[in-house]
Design a protein around this ligand. Structure first.
Ligand SMILES: [Cu+2]
Length: 367
């Protein structure tokens, strides 16, 4: 079994191809981003406007640009006509001491006064969940899940949402304390964002924590098509640069069970070193429970649903159920090399045709 795992998770030629292809796409897309900058930096006015139109060519997906795992599907699989520009080239660099997260990449932002300005565009895309399955997805910024919105407690954020879906939408900021006017519920706190229109959300981030975002209009249909993502509010203290950080968004789509929009073996394997602390932010934006189980090591849940768990209440576990709408941050420090799986333990969620491994499986490749 371990031999099988090792074989699957060895850095495969496919990865090398993806990395090379990713670099090529980055090069191609830099031009697109420069062109897109104009559109991205203009039109940051509040309230509705219909001035944003998608560029003719696809920008690089943030994943393609920086994921060390080369999960560059996003740039390759986008419906080019629906591609959007949300990555502003003049966005400040991430703090140098912020650990590079695997699995998903933070959405770049621009500054307007003291406000961090993010842009999300919802549009249909063809999304490849593995080598043989493609779904007709609706996605933020051309990727499933949408990009990670990352900021620091005390920040004021503005998120300009443009709707290129064939029906109205809104975004609810799930797990964030904010004014009712920003809660994203049509008919209660705002009018729906009509196709071709934009809406601007703006609020202060008052507490650190792991949160998420998803539509609140025709929610069952829109969210299950791929409209969801992580919003994480970091504490003010500088992060530990030695921690390996990963995000895992659990969901279902294209008839498959997905982690970060992919089904095994197209999911990530995370390279880590013996003795290195690993922190995994797990959120469930699907419709089913997923008991996540780690091979080889016990882990500790350090935060649940946005709240830190006091040291005195923490204890080692090997499985943590994650229900829809829940989030957990877990930590462990591997002390033994090997390729150790982290997977849902509902066997129907990790088994493909003819008994093959598929679905909600990732691995930590410990060296
Ligand atoms: Cu599951």
């Amino acid at each position: 079994m371990i031999d099988d795992d090792e074989r699957r998770y060895r850095i495969r030629p496919k990865h090398t191809v993806r990395i090379v292809l990713g670099l090529f796409l980055v090069g191609l897309a830099l031009g697109g981003m420069l062109v897109g900058m104009g559109a991205a930096s203009a039109g940051s006015s509040l309230e509705e406007d219909a001035t944003e139109t998608p560029p003719a060519t696809a920008p690089a997906s943030p994943t393609a640009a920086t994921s060390p795992q080369g999960t560059s599907h996003a740039g390759m699989d986008m419906d080019m006509g629906a591609a959007t520009t949300a990555v502003a080239a003049d966005a400040p660099a991430e703090p140098a001491n912020r650990a590079t997260p695997y699995g998903t990449t933070p959405l770049k932002y621009t500054m307007d006064g003291g406000v961090k300005v993010f842009r999300l565009t919802a549009a249909p895309v063809k999304w490849r969940v593995d080598d043989t399955h493609t779904m007709d997805a609706w996605a933020y910024n051309g990727q499933v899940p949408g990009p990670v919105i990352r900021a620091t407690v005390g920040d004021r954020v503005r998120i300009v949402v443009t709707n290129h879906l064939p029906e109205p939408t809104t975004i609810h900021w799930h797990g964030v304390a904010l004014p009712i006017s920003q809660d994203g519920v049509p008919g209660i706190s705002q009018k729906p964002i009509e196709p071709g229109k934009s809406f601007t959300y703006e609020f202060d981030l008052k507490a650190p924590g792991l949160a998420m975002y998803h539509p609140h209009f025709n929610t069952l249909a829109q969210q299950t098509k791929g409209l969801y993502g992580v919003l994480i509010v970091d504490p003010a203290e500088a992060p530990d640069p030695d921690v390996v950080e990963a995000f895992q968004v659990l969901s279902e789509g294209g008839g498959q069970f997905l982690i970060n929009g992919k089904s095994f073996p197209s999911t990530d394997a995370y390279p880590v070193k013996v003795g290195q602390k690993v922190r995994v932010h797990v959120v469930n934006l699907g419709e089913m429970d997923h008991p996540m189980h780690l091979h080889g090591f016990l882990f500790t849940v350090v935060a649940q649903d946005g709240g830190a768990i006091p040291e005195s209440a923490r204890h080692p576990v090997y499985t943590q159920n994650v229900a829809p709408g829940e989030s957990f941050t877990i930590e462990f420090t591997p002390d033994s090399p090997g390729t150790w799986l982290f997977h849902c333990h509902i066997l129907g969620h990790v088994t493909g045709p003819n008994g093959t491994d598929a679905g909600m499986i990732t691995a930590f490749a410990v060296k």
